[in-house]
Design a protein. Structure first.
Lengths: 153, 653
C-alpha cells in the first residue's frame, strides 16, 4: 500500500496536465474512435489519482488507451474490451464499480436511504397534520416579551 | 523576532481558548454572571492573538524569511507578491492557521453580534466554539507548527506548487474555510441549545444568518475551485467527484438543508430535533472533509499532508466533537417536541422533502467517497468509485429536487392546495417544456441530459419569476416588488442561481465539441463552426517560469473573434510543468484551446473544445451567493439589529 501511494505521488509529480489523447492515437474510423473514447472515460489511470485514462497523460494511461483501441480494432465488443482490461489490471481500473458482490449495497444505498427517509418524513408529516395545536402557555411572560421584541425587528 | 512573537501569540491564544472553553460553561451552569461574562472579552482576545500569529507568518512569507522551515518549503524570492501571500495558506501548516483564525473570527463575531442572546446561551455558545478552537490550537502546536526554524537557512526557497500559483486558487481556500468553519457556529449553537435544553423559534432565527453566511462562502469557495479546475487542469472539466471535492460538497448540501429546515423552526416551531441534528452533522462533515484532505487516507489530487499522525489527531477531534454532540443529542432530543401543526400539502412538507433529498444526496456522496475504503477493509477488494457512479447515483436526486422546488417554494404555510400553485406554474411549465423540446429536436441521437437539464433550469427560473409575479397581488402592482422583504428577493435570486447552474451543467455535459489534432503553423482548421489558425509558437520568460506560448486566431464565418494564447509553462524551481488553457469566454459558449507537444515538421498538438453554456455554471454560483447575501442583508435577520436597539440593557437574569 505504501509503495502504491509512493508511485502515485511520483506519477502525480511527473505527469500532471498537458493533455491526454494524443493525435497519433486517434483511430481513423470515427465510430470506433468514439467508442474508444467512451470506454476510456470509464477506465481509471492506475498511476494517477482519480483520473480516467482519457484525461491522464501518464505513459501508462497512454498504453491503456492504445490497448483499448487495439481491442476494438481487433473486433471486440465494448464488454469484451473492458473484460480484457479488468482481467489484466483488476477491478480497480473500473471508475464505475460493478454491481457484483457487496457492491449492490453501494448502488442501493441511495434508493434505500431515500425510502427510509421518505417513510420517516411521511409519518412525521402525517403526525403533524393530525396533531392538536398546543396553547401558547409554554412561554413565560418574560420570554414572550423577549420573543416579541426579537420578532419586531 | 516577529516570528517568535507570532509563535508566542499562538500559544497565548491556545491558553485563552482553554479558559474560554471552561469558565463560561461553569458560569452558565451555576448562573454566575461574572464567570459567564469572561466569554466575550476572551473571544475577542483569542481572535486578536490568532490574528497576530497569522500576520507574523504572513510577514515571514512576504519578506521571504528563509530561516523558517515553512517558507523554505513553500516560497521563493522570485515569486510574485500575491503568491507569496497566498503561499501562507498554500500548505498544510499555514492553512490550519488560517482555519483557526477563521474559527476564532466566528467566535469573536458571535460575541460581538450576540448581544440579543440570553446570557446563558451566549456563554455556552462561546464556550463550545472555544472548545473546538482548543482542539485545533493543540493540533497546530503539537503536530503542525508553522513557526519552526531551520538550523541552516538556504539561500532560496523551494517554490510553491505551480498549480497553486493562480488567482482562483489563491482565493479558493479562504472562502472555503469561511464556509467550513462558519458551520462551527451552527454546531456551537446546536450544542449550546442541547445543554440549555430548549429550542424555540428564536433559536432558529439566530442560527439562520450564520448558516446562510457559511453557505454563501462555501458556494463561492466551491465555485472558485471548480472554475480553477476548469481553466487550469487542461481539458475543461468542472467537477471530478474527487474525494476532496466531495469533502467540500457534502457540507454544502447539508448547509443548504439546514438553511431550509431552520426556516421551519423559526416560522413554525417544528423540525427542531432534525435541525439540531443537521447542524451537528454539517460541521461534522466539515471535520470529515478536513480529515480526508489531511490524513492521506483517500488519495486524491489535492490532498496535501499525508501524515498518519496528523490524521489520527484529526480523527480524535472528529470523534470527540461529533460523537459527543450526537450523544448529547440522543439524550436530549425527546425534550424538543414540535409545536406547529400543518397539513400534508404545505410549505412545511415541501421543506421536509427538500431536506430529505439534500440529505440523501449527501449520503450518496458520502457512501461513494468512502466505499473504496470499506470494500478494501471488509472484502479485500481494491476498487474505484469514479465520476460515472456519482453521475448516475447523484443526479436523480437533483432532478427530483429541481422538479419539486418551484412548487414547494410557492406553497403557502400550514395548509395548501397544490392545484392552485400548479395553475400558476402553467406558463412556466410551457416555457420550460418548449425549451426542452427545442433542444430535443435540435440535437439528434445525443444524451437525454441536455433537454432534461434545460427543462429543469428553465422550470426553476420560471418558478422564481412566477413567485415574484404572484407577489404583485391582484392589481399587478409592480411597485410592491420594491417593498418585498430582501429575504424574499434573496430566495428568488438564489433559486434562479441554482437553475442557471443546472442550465450550464446540462449544456456543457451534453453538447461539448472536441477536436484533437496536429496543427501546422498557418494552416486553418475547423471545429464546430469555428475556424482556428495556429499562427506561431514562441518561447516566453515569466517571472519564475519559462513558457511555450502559442498564438491562435479564432474566427467564425471569416470574421476574426479573438486571438488566444495557450501556454505550456515550466517552473524550473519546483520542476513542474503546467498548462494554461486559453479561453474565449462568451455568453453562450466558451472556446477552449490547449497547446501540447511539438511534433515533426514545425507542427504542434492542439486541443480545441467548444463548451456551450460553460460560463453559466459559475454565473449560477455567483447568483446563488448573491441571493444568499441579499437574504442575509434583510433587516429581520441582521444579527446585530437587536443588540443595537437595546440601549436600556439586557433584562437581569
Amino acid at each position: 500500500m505504501k509503495r502504491f501511494i509512493l508511485t502515485c505521488l511520483l506519477a502525480l509529480s511527473m505527469a500532471l496536465p498537458v493533455g491526454a489523447v494524443q493525435p497519433d492515437e486517434v483511430l481513423d474510423d470515427p465510430v470506433l474512435e468514439q467508442r474508444a473514447r467512451e470506454l476510456s472515460k470509464g477506465l481509471r489511470c492506475l498511476v494517477c489519482q482519480n483520473e480516467s485514462i482519457d484525461e491522464s497523460n501518464a505513459s501508462l494511461a497512454r498504453d491503456l488507451r492504445i490497448l483499448v483501441r487495439d481491442r476494438l480494432v481487433a473486433g471486440d465488443t465494448d464488454e469484451e474490451a473492458i473484460a480484457f482490461i479488468v482481467e489484466r489490471y483488476g477491478e480497480f481500473v473500473l471508475l464505475r464499480p460493478t454491481t457484483g458482490g457487496a457492491n449492490w449495497l453501494l448502488w442501493a444505498a441511495g434508493p434505500i436511504m431515500l425510502l427510509i427517509a421518505g417513510g420517516t418524513g411521511f409519518l412525521y408529516l402525517r403526525g403533524r397534520s393530525r396533531a392538536v395545536a398546543p396553547g401558547s402557555d409554554s412561554l413565560s411572560a418574560e420570554e414572550q416579551q423577549r420573543l416579541s421584541e426579537l420578532l419586531k425587528d | 523576532m516577529v516570528t517568535e512573537l507570532g509563535h508566542f501569540a499562538l500559544i497565548l491564544a491556545f491558553m485563552v481558548a482553554c479558559v474560554q472553553a471552561v469558565v463560561p460553561l461553569v458560569g452558565a451552569h451555576k448562573r454566575w454572571s461574572g464567570w459567564m461574562a469572561v466569554a466575550e472579552p476572551a473571544a475577542t482576545l483569542q481572535f486578536l492573538l490568532t490574528g497576530f500569529a497569522f500576520a507574523a507568518l504572513t510577514h515571514a512569507f512576504v519578506t521571504s524569511d528563509f530561516t523558517l522551515r515553512l517558507v523554505v518549503l513553500n516560497s521563493h524570492s522570485l515569486k510574485p507578491m500575491i503568491y507569496k501571500i497566498s503561499g501562507v495558506w498554500g500548505n498544510h501548516e499555514g492553512s490550519m492557521l488560517l482555519w483557526v483564525l477563521i474559527l476564532t473570527l466566528f467566535g469573536a463575531m458571535a460575541a460581538w453580534f450576540g448581544g440579543n442572546l440570553p446570557p446563558t446561551l451566549r456563554a455556552r455558545v462561546l464556550a463550545v466554539q472555544s472548545a473546538v478552537a482548543v482542539a485545533f490550537f493543540a493540533f497546530i502546536l503539537f503536530t503542525s507548527n508553522p513557526f519552526l526554524r531551520v538550523a541552516v537557512p538556504p539561500f532560496d526557497g523551494q517554490d510553491l506548487n505551480p498549480l497553486l500559483q493562480d488567482v482562483g486558487l489563491a482565493l479558493h481556500p479562504p472562502f472555503l474555510y469561511l464556509g467550513y468553519v462558519g458551520l462551527s457556529i451552527c454546531f456551537s449553537f446546536a450544542v449550546a441549545a442541547l445543554i440549555e435544553g430548549r429550542i424555540d423559534a428564536a433559536w432558529g432565527r439566530w442560527v439562520r444568518p450564520w448558516t446562510l453566511a457559511a453557505w454563501v462562502f462555501l458556494t463561492i469557495g466551491i465555485g472558485l475551485g471548480s472554475w480553477w479546475a476548469y481553466y487550469e487542469l487542461g481539458w475543461g472539466g468542472f467537477w471530478f467527484w474527487d474525494p476532496v471535492e466531495n469533502a467540500s460538497f457534502m457540507p454544502w448540501l447539508l448547509a443548504a438543508a439546514l438553511l431550509h429546515s431552520a426556516i421551519v423552526v423559526e416560522k413554525r416551531e417544528a423540525l427542531k430535533s432534525w435541525t439540531i441534528l443537521l447542524a451537528i452533522l454539517a460541521f461534522g462533515f466539515s471535520l470529515i472533509g478536513t480529515f480526508i484532505v489531511r490524513s492521506g487516507l483517500l488519495t486524491s489530487v489535492h490532498a496535501f499532508a499525508n501524515d498518519p499522525e496528523r490524521g489520527v489527531f484529526i480523527l480524535i477531534i472528529l470523534v470527540f466533537f461529533t460523537g459527543g454532540a450526537l450523544t448529547l443529542f440522543a439524550a436530549r432530543a425527546n425534550a424538543m417536541d414540535a409545536k406547529g401543526v400543518f397539513g400534508l400539502v404545505s410549505r412545511e412538507s415541501a421543506l421536509v422533502a427538500n431536506n430529505i433529498l439534500l440529505a440523501v444526496a449527501c449520503f450518496v456522496v458520502f457512501v461513494g467517497t468512502m466505499w473504496p475504503l470499506v470494500a478494501e477493509m471488509f472484502w479485500d477488494r481494491k476498487l474505484s468509485v469514479g465520476p460515472p457512479f456519482f453521475n448516475m447515483a447523484f443526479t436523480p436526486f437533483m432532478v427530483l429536487l429541481g422538479l419539486l422546488l418551484p412548487i414547494g417554494a410557492m406553497l403557502p404555510w400550514k395548509r395548501a392546495k397544490a392545484g392552485k400553485v400548479m395553475r400558476q406554474m402553467i406558463p412556466g411549465l410551457i416555457v420550460a417544456l418548449a425549451l426542452a423540446g427545442l433542444a430535443w429536436t435540435m440535437q439528434t441521437g445525443r444524451s437525454l441530459l441536455g433537454p432534461v437539464g434545460l427543462f429543469l433550469g428553465a422550470w426553476i427560473v420560471a418558478g422564481a419569476l412566477t413567485e415574484l409575479w404572484t407577489r404583485t397581488g391582484r392589481t399587478r402592482d409592480l411597485t410592491r416588488l420594491l417593498r418585498l422583504p430582501r429575504a424574499d428577493w434573496g430566495k428568488a435570486v438564489a433559486h434562479t442561481g441554482l437553475g442557471v447552474t443546472m442550465f450550464g451543467v446540462a449544456g456543457l455535459m451534453a453538447w461539448e465539441a472536441e477536436d484533437i489534432r496536429v496543427a501546422k503553423i498557418g494552416e486553418p482548421f475547423e471545429v464546430a463552426g469555428f475556424e482556428l489558425t495556429l499562427n506561431e509558437v514562441n518561447d516566453v520568460r515569466g517571472p519564475n517560469y519559462f513558457s511555450t506560448m502559442g498564438n491562435v486566431t479564432l474566427s467564425r464565418n471569416g470574421t476574426e473573434i479573438a486571438t488566444l494564447f495557450p501556454e505550456k509553462r515550466n517552473y524550473p524551481v519546483a520542476q513542474m510543468p503546467t498548462t494554461e488553457a486559453a479561453i474565449d469566454y462568451r455568453f453562450l459558449r466558451d472556446v477552449y484551446v490547449v497547446i501540447g507537444d511539438e511534433q515533426e515538421g514545425g507542427a504542434w498538438t492542439l486541443r480545441t473544445y467548444v463548451k456551450p453554456l460553460a460560463g453559466w455554471i459559475w454565473a449560477g454560483c455567483i447568483i446563488m451567493a448573491l441571493g444568499g447575501s441579499l437574504s442575509l442583508s434583510d433587516r429581520r435577520f441582521r444579527v446585530a439589529a437587536g443588540a443595537r436597539r437595546q440601549p436600556q440593557g439586557v433584562p437581569a437574569e
